[in-house]
Design a protein around this ligand. Structure first.
Ligand SMILES: *Cc1c(COP(=O)(O)O)cnc(C)c1O
Length: 345
């Protein structure tokens, strides 16, 4: 990064950014790519480029675009999100058909916001890093096309899905018009995401990148980190997944924890606490040196990244056990209906 060759990316003249865009487009099998400061921006620029004010989009109810991007589809694009209920983030072609509905002989089409875009998240963050089976993807994108919807993949962790299954990133990307990928999700690069699609789509997206404040001058400094992550760190994700799995198997042995280690597919471990409030537990474990996030009313989310070692996983398991032993065991709130993700992150 310190030795990156740089230019002005606003003028399309940063060679390191241009090389990164070409490399990621080739890996994903798309015509073109544009580099931006964040995955939130690549997703929101995609929504803005695909839609017009007053349109609707279909999205899973716990998806990042819907829950963690500050209402941006409404605020920045004037678009009405229509949430679908998935299982660990995964919905079906039937859900898409049901949301679009049959045309109604007496209902003027001027009364309903036209649904224009279908979004999928793979791996699914709040689903616990769950991987969409390829057939489930093509079923929903086929349904989307039957209803004349554009399709966008939030593939912030698409690298993780490919690592877990052996299905290539390009195969996962093929059914979608556009794809967003993050270079900063466990790959070791500090900043940046790319939006991919046809040449024409990406040319239009560049306008909204600039409009949303994403024109970033000598961005080659960070693009060099992203390029390094793509070339050297992608093959190491399997090791990171193995450590997440080791952590999950260790957790299953600890009293007061409910987890199915087989459900841990990638680098995210979600587990339930059966006797302790997650906020107090996360805070107490943090004081012992383990950083996690509470997730919903009774669950915890632990995420694994490039630099974590096996010794640190074992140390983390010791901290979890000690922390649970030290905390009072009767301070859990009543369960909220709807499961672990209802009403919280
Ligand atoms: C992290 C993430 C993003 C983008 O995050 P930024 O912090 O804006 O780069 C988008 N989608 C998912 C599923 C994510 O996990």
């Amino acid at each position: 990064m310190a030795h990156a060759e740089v230019g002005d990316d606003v003028y399309g003249q940063d060679p390191t950014v241009n090389r990164l865009e070409r490399s990621v487009a080739d890996v994903l099998g798309k015509e073109d790519a544009v580099y931006m400061p964040s995955g939130t921006m690549t997703n929101q620029v995609a929504v803005r480029t695909h839609t017009q004010q007053g349109d609707s989009l279909l999205i899973e109810q716990n998806a990042h675009i819907y829950t963690l991007e500050n209402g941006a589809v409404a605020a920045l694009s004037g678009v009405n999100p229509r949430p679908l209920a998935g299982a660990r983030g995964i919905f079906t072609a039937g859900d898409v058909d049901a949301a679009i509905g049959a045309s109604h002989p007496y209902f003027p089409t001027s009364m309903t916001a036209p649904t224009r875009l279908l979004c999928v998240e793979n791996t699914h963050n709040f689903g616990g890093g769950s991987v969409w089976p390829l057939q489930a993807i093509t079923a929903v994108t086929d349904a989307g096309r039957r209803h004349r919807l554009a399709t966008h993949l939030d593939g912030a962790r698409l690298w993780h899905a490919a690592t877990a299954t052996g299905v290539s990133e390009a195969d996962y990307a093929r059914p979608f018009d556009t794809v967003s990928v993050c270079m900063s999700k466990a790959l070791g690069a500090p900043v940046g995401s790319l939006l991919l699609g046809t040449k024409d789509f990406i040319a239009r997206a560049r306008r909204f990148k600039q409009m949303f404040g994403g024109g970033f001058r000598q961005a080659g400094v960070i693009a060099a980190g992203a390029q390094y992550a793509l070339d050297h760190h992608r093959p190491r994700l399997g090791h990171t997944h193995a450590l997440a799995s080791r952590f999950a198997q260790g957790l299953a042995q600890i009293e007061g924890i409910d987890i199915d280690p087989a459900a841990v597919e990638t680098n995210i471990v979600r587990y339930r606490l059966t006797r302790t409030h997650p906020h107090r537990y996360v805070e107490a474990a943090h004081q012992r040196g383990l950083w996690q996030l509470p997730s919903g009313s009774d669950a915890v989310r632990a995420v694994f990244y490039l630099d974590i070692t096996q010794d640190e996983v074992d140390q983390a398991l010791r901290i979890v056990a000690e922390t649970l032993r030290a905390l009072p065991q009767d301070d859990r709130p009543a369960q909220t209906p709807g499961g672990a993700t209802a009403g919280g992150y």
